[in-house]
Write a protein that binds this ligand. Structure first.
Ligand code: NGQ
Ligand code: ZN
Length: 456
């Protein structure tokens, strides 16, 4: 392991460890961005509250630039499906340059909010008329470049998208640019893997059971390229999807998936909103992680995930910002808890035992489930782990007189002022004193691109 150079020895008033806060903790960061244990007297004090950054398990980066543009009432009843039409129209104008500019801006916002890793569920593969780009992985490369510019860890999930519905119908006109047959998809995976490296990992994703027929699913899962990597899928987000699945496959989506695939800890089931009690305990028992995206699920009118039953059964969850109408782990976790409170008319739902802190329970769960969904051992501040951490603003009045037992509750539930002051990802300070190292340039480029998109 590299010796830390001067300037990479730090001291935290309180450092989050898996077994509780460590007081006056000193640590180093190696040249390779890994945490090192005790380092001597010249450590730089970095703040009172230092904790791991949280992974964002579900992102469609391009949707960041349409956030807020689908909030006007339409003629017919607005729904997930009418929102999807608006989103498809917007997606049609996004090429590699636009994607890179939007994703870099989004990833800067994620870092500033306390996310240090993102799973990018990427299906905008080809040109709008469905011809492949040269090279065919150009859109994936745009995302990789954006993540490297911003300095966030990336789990890129190229998405398999084959059909336009459960009945196996062909892709609609605006979906054609998402599509691959299995061979072309595996070639894409191979090409993208060649660009993976420090900070960029590649998993796989099946868009949904609507978009991936059984045979294609089996072929991809049987490929050596799908071995030992995360597998993500959208599932059971809308009642309409459950009904279509029942009508065509005589089973509910989650039920069908478990009957036809070996769902285990490598899987991330995104949303999984509409579940029977049996499906809820089946997911929990499988060790898979559920990717909950509470602000998007609220925005799209999806429904409320059965969190208490799932936690009772020992289920694991991570959080994602999905359509990015909000880019903040605080908001995702707050709304996860509040959705349950509104529905159950109780308080302090996620904490399972008397005396437990809701904030700490939520943060810990999102770290664990997030690391699992990324297929990475991140989210722990221990020796040898990647140095991904956030420092809270101890000068904020919101944190006055808070202690180890109460600081996470105030972080997640008190007010609206950003409390993430500094962020380190892979040993690099990417955010200091609320400013990202390259935010002016990235924001200016984003603005130019969004202005161009608006004047179409
Ligand atoms: C997506 N988003 O792929 O971006 C989807 C909408 C679909 C969410 N489900 C499209 N939140 O599911 O067909
Ligand atoms: Zn999604």
């Amino acid at each position: 392991m590299n010796e830390p150079s001067h300037g990479s020895r730090y001291k935290a008033g309180r450092l989050w460890r898996d077994d509780g806060w460590k007081v006056d903790a000193e640590f180093g960061v190696s040249g390779a961005g890994k945490l090192l244990a005790g380092v001597g007297a010249v450590a730089e004090p970095i703040g009172q509250w230092v904790l791991p950054g949280v992974p964002n398990v579900h992102s469609h980066a391009f949707q960041r630039a349409m956030a807020g543009l689908a909030e006007r009432k339409g003629k017919a009843e607005d729904s997930f499906w009418s929102w999807r039409e608006t989103m498809y129209g917007f997606a049609a104008a996004i090429g590699p340059d636009e994607l890179k500019a939007i994703a870099a801006q989004l990833y800067v916002e994620m870092l500033k909010a306390g996310y240090t890793q993102v799973c990018e569920f990427h299906y905008l593969h080809h040109q709008p008329d469905a011809t492949p780009y040269a090279p065919p992985e150009a859109m994936s490369l745009a995302l990789i470049e954006a993540a490297r510019e911003a300095g966030i860890g990336l789990t890129l999930l190229p998405v398999l998208y084959v059909s336009g519905g459960f009945d196996g119908r062909a892709l609609g006109e605006r979906q054609r640019r998402f599509g691959h047959d299995v061979d072309a998809y595996l070639r894409l995976l191979e090409a993208v893997r060649a660009h993976a490296g420090e900070g960029v990992h590649v998993g796989i994703a099946l868009h949904s059971l609507r978009a991936v027929p059984e045979r294609a699913m089996r072929e991809v899962l049987a490929s050596p390229l799908a071995a030992a990597c995360p597998i993500h899928i959208h599932i059971a987000e809308q009642i309409g999807e459950v009904q279509d699945c029942l009508a065509t496959r005589s089973a509910r989506p989650v039920e069908w998936l478990f009957d036809h695939a070996d769902v285990d800890a490598r899987w991330c089931l995104v949303h999984a909103t509409h579940l029977t009690a049996a499906e809820t305990s089946q997911i929990a028992g499988s060790g898979a992680v559920v990717g909950l995206c509470p602000t998007t699920e609220a925005n799209l009118g999806d429904g409320v995930f059965p969190l208490t039953d799932y936690l009772d059964a020992g289920g694991v969850f991570g959080i994602g910002s999905d359509s990015h109408i909000s880019v903040s782990p605080v908001e995702e976790l707050r709304w996860l808890e509040y959705g349950q409170r509104l529905q159950l008319r109780h308080r302090n739902i996620t904490a399972r035992h008397a005396g437990d802190s809701v904030g700490e329970t939520l943060w810990r769960a999102a770290l664990r489930g997030g690391a699992q969904a990324c297929g990475r051992s991140i989210g722990e501040l221990r020796e040898g782990a990647r140095a991904d951490l956030i420092v809270l603003d101890d000068a904020s009045p919101l944190l006055a007189a808070r202690n180890e037992q109460s600081v996470l509750d105030s972080f997640l539930f008190a007010g609206n002022t950003p409390l993430v002051r500094d962020v380190m990802c892979a040993g690099q300070w990417v955010v200091r004193n609320f400013l990202h190292r390259d935010e002016a340039r990235i924001a200016a480029r984003y603005r130019t691109v969004v202005e161009k998109l608006a004047s179409r």
